[in-house]
Each structure stands twice: as structure tokens, then as C-alpha cells.
Write a protein that binds this ligand. Structure first.
Ligand code: NAD
Length: 477
């Protein structure tokens, strides 16, 4: 059964997924909204979206769309996701999941309470290196995996100045200082997308920027941030460790893979370097680069990329690699543009299939928390000059709690005004035909959220009652 989808945020990234969602046979109708209405209108016109535009996010939530896809700026996702879930919509969210542990806890609670689908679109989950390492883990070829590394190397000079100007308008410098460790999912998601563990403590170092161009200036930064590069070392639950690098000032060629991973086990090692990928074991070393080589699906000068800085375009044209198994993808995707080393097709299909079958998506709220929360704690560690922080080491920030509570109150007010808009809930919990969202419990999740309980929640497997078929483990490749 197909469902309708509303796209929230019609900026630089949304069109790539609007196209895929539109092609997917599981989606019936797509609409869009943006704070800048002309962007939503452009998206609707360019992709022929039959659902048209909504004047704003609230109106979209009041409409009969079944699901929303958040393509808004990276610091906005948490409260919007909670508000959408409480309004009865399934949620696809761009990375990161949220900016604080409270927002993450609120999303997990809202998913638990509503039974709706939440998925974070982490592209590294389907990075060819992650897919390859996941296969090696399944074959137990690493022996005991005890150490890994993930790098996300994206120099500000490679398209990010233009992207932040497009995104932030006149005040773009305030937001271009987004803390690298609060955007940790491309590095952590590649490591933990293959290694079935989670982080339990972290020590991180931030490098204070010295460009002095107003970006990464604490006086200007909306995030009080002056780190442009950061490194974090995590301990894992199974006694190992992994290290991530989130670098925004780095001498690196823009047309080379920006996410790179290394995995070390007692029986084997797998590493992706800039252009080469190697599998080692005690017998020798194999160059496996060709298995991981993503083929382009679109020319870099394609008109659909006009609003994307040329330095960023490689990421938006790269298709699948031989290591990807495309057999489960809809035939409609066969010649569709892809991106981020072939991940877009899998992410779009994961979400649609999860909603259609009421099944657990790959990067569900619990997995998304494992990919996001460690970076939040790492950033706090870096702010404390590398102090090792256990997963109980942070206190919630009051400001965000207030915003999230305001979002919940707005949802409650809408319900009060419109009577029983809980009918909009598509989720049906087993044994609860009405699929009622218990707001009181959901709001409790937005209040003080001790990191210990959040971390524990993020580490547990999601509840099986999410879908009638229970969690579905898709995306093994
Ligand atoms: N590899 C990846 O996974 C990857 C790559 C690129 C971008 N992203 C993510 O995609 C998201 C979008 O990136 P982008 O470059 O398109 O951003 P963008 O700034 O170009 O577009 C965001 C749009 O959202 C709109 N918006 C913000 N708040 C809104 C609201 N409440 N209601 C309606 N519209 C709202 C803005 O007006 C803007 O047009 C970001 O979160 C980014 O982190 C992920």
C-alpha cells in the first residue's frame, strides 16, 4: 500500500531524494514546504511533485500526509522530528539525528509511544567500505575486531562556504561554524555500520581554527564553537576502541572519497585509503579497490546540479559499487541518479519499505542514536580539553529542552483545537487498533533526560512491537 510524503526543506539536498521517493512505487504523492516558499515551489515544479506546496511545516503536519522527510539544516532535526512523530507522521531525517542527548531521547520516546517509523538517512551506512567490512564481519574474517578508524574529511574550501551561504543567508558565518563533532555520523556510522558494538566513553581534542575569517569565531558562532578539526577516541562495549577524525580544514583533494575507514581484527585488516582499498590477513594483502569503486550516474554539469557548488558535485553523482547488492531495489531506480557512493538508492528504499511493511528500518532511532550521541559527548570532551567522559558524563542543556517541549505543546494545542487529530496516526500498535499516542508519556521523554538512561536506551535493541512483522534486518549488504 503506498503512502504520501511531505518534504520539509527544499534546499540543496532535497531534490536528490525527491526524485527517488517519486520513482519509488511505495510513494503515492509528494508535497513540499520551505521557510522560503520559492524554494518549495521550485522543487515542486522541477520534479513535478503532484502534492504541491504547503505554506509551512505546521500546515503540512495538519494535512493528510502520512510521512515527512526532513531536509532542513543540520541543527534543526531533533525538534522537527519529535513534532512530526507526535502529529502522527512517519519521519525520514537527514543527518545528524539531533544536537543534544535530550533531543535524541525525545525522538526515541516518541517512536516508542507512537509506533511510527523513524529513520535517519546516514549515507555511510551504505558506503562501499562499510558494506565490505560488514560482509567481512558476517564471515568472521576479522577474528576479534578490536580497533577501527573513521575519517570524514571535508575542507571548508571545497564547497562549504558556498553551501553555508546558500543555507544561512546573511548570517551564514554564524552557522558555518557548526561543530565538527556534532556532525559525526559519516565517520561513526561507517565504523558502527559494520562493527556491531557501541561507544561507552570518549576523549576528544578540538583544534582551534586560525583562519580568522569570521567562521569558527566564538563571538559570531551560533554554537559558540571555534574548533574546525577534531579527533575523538572511543572505548567500545566489547573492550575495543575506535578513533574518528572530523576535519573541516584539511589539505585533501575534493574529488577523492571524503569518508575513509580502517578496521583491525586479530585475523584480518581492512583499510580504505584515499584511492586504494586493501584486505590483509596473515597470508598476505589483496588490493580490493575495484570492488569498492562507485560508478558515476550523472554528469557533473547536469542542470539538476546548478544550485550545488561544483566542488560538492562528485558526492551527488556517484553510484553503486560492485560490492553493493542492488537486487532488492525497485526496478524504477535502475537508471536513476544516485549519490554518496551509491547510498541514496538504499536509504530511500529502506525508508519506503519500512513504512509500507511497518517494519524496523536499518538506521532506526536506536541505530541513529548510536551514530550520533557519541559525537555529542565527544564535543563536550573536546570542550573540556580531552577529559574522558563516560556515557553518564553530561547533563542536559535546558535551552533545547525548552524548544522540544514547545514543539510538543504546539502539537498538543493542534490536537485540542482540531478535536481528535490522533486519527491521523497511521501506526497501529499490536492489540491497540486505535494506535493512540499517549502524549503524557511522550512529553515525559522531553523533560530531563539523564544520559545514563538515554545511552542505555540507545544500546538496547528496539522494541519488537514496532511492526506486525517485528524488526526486519534489511541492508545486510
Ligand atoms: N551525506 C549526507 O548525508 C548529506 C549531504 C548533504 C546534506 N546533508 C544534510 O541534508 C540536510 C539539508 O542540507 P542542504 O544542504 O539541503 O541544506 P540547505 O540549507 O540548502 O536547505 C535547507 C532548507 O530547509 C529550509 N528550512 C529550514 N527550516 C525549515 C522549516 N522549519 N520548515 C521548512 N523549511 C525549513 C531552509 O529554508 C532551507 O531552504 C542537512 O541536514 C544536511 O546535514 C546530508
Amino acid at each position: 500500500m503506498s503512502f504520501s510524503l511531505g518534504i520539509v526543506g527544499a534546499g540543496q539536498f532535497a531534490g536528490f531524494f525527491a526524485k527517488l521517493f517519486q520513482l519509488h512505487p511505495g510513494v503515492s504523492r509528494i508535497s513540499a514546504t520551505d521557510l522560503l516558499p520559492e524554494r518549495a515551489e521550485r522543487l515542486v515544479a522541477e520534479y513535478g511533485l503532484t502534492g504541491g506546496t504547503h505554506p509551512d511545516f505546521d500546515e503540512m503536519l495538519d494535512s493528510d500526509v502520512d510521512a515527512v522527510a526532513l531536509f532542513t539544516q543540520r541543527w534543526t532535526h531533533g525538534p522537527l522530528a519529535v513534532q512530526a512523530l507526535l502529529a502522527g507522521k512517519h519521519v525520514y531525517s537527514c543527518v545528524p539525528m539531533a544536537m543534544t542527548q535530550e533531543e535524541i531521547g525525545a525522538i526515541i520516546d516518541a517512536v516508542r509511544e507512537t509506533g511510527l517509523t523513524y529513520m535517519m538517512g546516514e549515507t555511510s551506512h551504505y558506503n562501499p567500505a562499510t558494506v565490505y567490512a560488514r560482509e567481512k564481519v558476517a564471515e568472521q574474517a576479522f577474528g576479534r575486531l578490536f580497533y577501527a578508524e573513521g575519517d570524514y574529511l571535508h575542507d571548508m574550501d571545497h564547497g562549504f562556504y558556498a553551501a553555508y551561504q546558500y543555507s544561512g543567508g546573511e548570517n551564514w558565518k554564524a552557522t558555518a561554524s557548526y561543530p565538527p563533532l556534532l556532525y559525526p555520523t559519516h565517520s561513526i556510522g561507517g565504523v558502527l555500520g559494520a562493527w556491531q558494538t557501541h561507544a561507552t566513553s570518549v576523549s576528544a581534542i578540538g583544534v582551534v581554527d586560525d583562519r580568522r575569517d569570521g567562521v569558527f569565531d566564538r563571538e559570531i558562532s551560533q554554537f559558540d564553537n571555534d574548533f574546525s578539526n577534531a579527533t575523538a577516541l572511543f572505548k567500545t562495549a566489547d573492550g575495543g576502541s575506535f578513533r574518528i577524525n572530523e576535519f573541516r580544514r584539511v589539505g585533501y583533494h575534493p574529488h577523492i572519497r571524503e569518508s575513509r575507514f580502517r578496521f583491525f581484527g586479530t585475523e584480518g585488516i581492512f583499510e580504505t585509503l584515499d584511492t586504494v582499498s586493501l584486505w590483509h590477513d596473515k597470508k598476505g594483502v589483496q588490493d580490493v579497490s575495484q570492488h569498492l569503486q562507485a560508478a558515476p550516474t550523472l554528469a557533473a554539469d547536469d542542470p539538476s546540479l546548478d544550485h550545488v557548488d561544483p566542488a560538492l558535485r562528485d558526492a551527488f553523482v556517484s553510484g553503486t559499487a560492485p560490492v553493493h547488492d542492488r537486487s532488492r531495489l525497485p526496478a524504477e531506480f535502475a537508471h536513476a541518479p544516485n549519490g554518496h557512493e551509491g547510498s541514496h538508492h538504499f536509504l530511500a528504499d529502506d525508508f519506503v519499505t519500512a513504512v509500507e511493511h511497518r517494519a524496523m528500518p536499518t538506521v532506526n532511532a536506536w541505530v541513529a542514536a548510536r551514530y550520533t550521541l557519541p559525537g555529542i559527548i565527544a564535543h563536550a570532551s573536546a570542550r573540556r580539553d580531552g577529559e574522558r567522559l563516560p556515557r553518564t558524563g553530561l547533563r542536559p542543556g535546558a535551552g533545547v529542552t525548552t524548544r522540544a517541549l514547545a514543539a510538543a505543546s504546539a502539537a498538543r494545542a493542534r490536537r485540542a483545537a482540531g478535536g481528535d487529530d490522533l486519527q491521523g496516526l497511521r501506526a497501529r500498535r499490536p492489540g491497540q487498533p486505535g494506535g493512540v499516542c499517549r502524549l503524557g508519556a511522550a512529553r515525559r521523554g522531553l523533560a530531563q533526560y539523564p544520559l545514563r538512561s538515554l545511552a542505555a536506551a540507545a544500546h538496547r535493541d528496539p522494541p519488537r512491537e514496532q511492526g506486525p512483522d517485528g524488526p526486519v534486518s534489511r541492508g545486510a549488504r
